[in-house]
Design a protein around this ligand. Structure first.
Ligand SMILES: Cc1ncc(COP(=O)(O)O)c(C=O)c1O
Length: 464
């Protein structure tokens, strides 16, 4: 064995070198580009819309085309001034690990398919469990997004609460199953509602509990619900998509536990508050739930396709998700295919492991705290400029309103096309608002200042 690269083996990989160079120049030139692509750049994308090619194209030409036409049409969502949705960037270490992992091209289904992937998977799951103070005995599985993690959590919840009353959903389906009482918040995320539908629990056949002016479930309303005896699931949320607030887990879970209900927390981004000593009080009691959904590809700044579903009693997860076939053999070691929805799967843990190893416990806390501090600055600077902030800014989300609905929508649209930063619209308790999410690791005070100035300037121009 030699450490020297084999030149002949590397020759076909010239396109990899080109891709690395393009990636470097793309990153370097980001600050000179508008956050959202220009209409001209978007118009150029029609060049991709050709008939399925009959003949092959040189790999280098494929990469050239991707860069020349594709790069200008991208949104700088991994840059420091993108505040849309809840969209973290990818940290440099994760971009690099993703490049190496694409060369490895490992199937993360079973340890036997990739000892490296399985090892990193187990380590990353353990680290997240520790960072977020989830129970030691819990089991987690990487999946494609919090939508999928919600689905995995709710399928496991459904099977577990029905098993307790002697019903085996995996064997017999839901056809003769007893009713499951499902309680959700009026502010439940759309992905959770979709997951309820997919899990056969129904998008509409739920009891909806009202929320307070910060989007948290009202305990007084929860107490009023009379739940019939039998299996039940309470769905809570860490990190309201508009306000960043979390439900009062201690009280709500106590209510559910008295009724022997399963509690699931959708914590796509908000659960990461648990990693910060300054913010963990916002999600106090999170470890009392039975299942959790969280994303790494949002606030942890890991590239896409990285989320985790955790279940407090791993046996329950395995019972719902295991699949057996003779050709797969007896699995020993980590076996993500027996914990989640997919068999073949990207070895997703690699990028998350790289970010966690790079940041350490201190770095993760700093990432969370810095976004929250910057969001607070956003709020106070906008307020100082005469803008109304619609909620208490406690996490990384800010909702701003510019007088009335029409003006607010006009300011959001004008800011989006002005190019300094990108923010989205939302409706909060009947009022249109600008929604600002500080989730990228590269955002600094200067970016907040530049963005606030641009927003106020745009508002002033519209008023003229
Ligand atoms: C609270 C919450 N839950 C779930 C999701 C869905 O996550 P994903 O986009 O990773 O599927 C989101 C996404 O914004 C979210 O904010």
């Amino acid at each position: 064995m030699t450490d020297q690269p084999n030149e002949a083996a590397l020759a076909p990989e010239a396109s990899l070198e080109a891709a690395a160079q393009y990636a470097r120049s793309y990153i370097a030139e980001r600050s000179q580009r508008d956050v959202h692509p220009t209409p001209e750049a978007v118009a150029e994308l029609t060049q991709f819309e050709e008939p399925m090619p009959t003949n092959p194209t040189d790999a280098g030409d494929v990469i050239d085309m991707l860069h020349q036409i594709g790069s200008p049409g991208t949104v700088q969502s991994n840059g420091p001034r993108y505040f849309g949705f809840v969209t973290g960037g990818a940290m440099p270490v994760a971009r690099a690990s993703a490049a190496l992992a694409s060369a490895w091209d490992q199937n993360g289904a079973l340890a036997t398919m990739s000892p490296t992937a399985a090892t990193l998977d187990g380590v990353a799951i353990g680290w997240i469990q520790e960072l977020l103070d989830l129970p030691n005995r819990s089991t987690g599985v990487f999946c494609g997004g919090a939508s999928e993690a919600n689905l995995i959590g709710l399928i496991t919840a459904r099977d577990s609460v029905l098993r307790r009353v002697g019903f085996d959903v995996q064997a017999d389906g839901l056809f003769q199953a007893p009713e499951v009482n499902v309680v959700i918040s009026a502010e439940a995320h759309v992905s959770l509602i979709k997951a309820l539908g997919l899990a056969g629990l129904g998008r509409n056949r739920v009891t909806v509990v009202g929320t307070d002016n910060q989007g948290r479930i009202k305990q007084s309303e929860l107490e009023k619900i009379s739940i019939s005896e039998g299996p039940g699931i309470l769905c809570l949320q860490a990190g309201n998509v508009n306000t960043g607030q979390s439900d009062d887990f201690e009280s709500a879970i106590a209510w559910a536990t008295e009724r022997q209900m399963w509690t699931h927390i959708d914590g796509a981004f908000g659960l990461w508050a648990a990693a910060s000593d300054r913010r963990k009080h916002l999600v106090a009691g999170q470890q009392l739930a039975n299942s959790w959904a969280l994303d790494c590809h949002k606030w942890l700044n890991v590239p896409y396709d990285a989320a985790v579903a955790f279940v407090a009693d791993g046996q329950n997860l395995r019972r719902s998700m295991a699949a057996a076939a003779a050709y797969l053999g007896e699995s020993s070691g980590r076996a993500p295919m027996h914990l989640g929805l997919q068999m073949s799967q990207k070895a997703r843990a690699i990028d998350t492991w790289a970010v966690l190893k790079h940041l350490g416990r201190v770095g993760v806390a700093e990432l969370i705290d810095s976004s929250c501090d910057l969001a607070a600055q956003f709020g106070s600077k906008l307020e100082a400029g005469g803008v109304e902030i619609l909620h208490d800014v406690v996490l990384n989300q800010v909702m701003a309103r510019f007088g009335d609905d029409e003006t607010t929508d006009a300011v959001v649209a004008a800011v989006q096309s002005e190019g300094t930063c990108w923010v989205g619209p939302t409706t909060w308790h009947g009022l249109r608002a600008m929604r600002i999410s500080v989730s990228g690791s590269e955002t600094t005070e200067l970016d907040v200042e530049a963005s606030v100035s641009a927003i106020l300037r745009v508002w002033e121009t519209l008023a003229d």
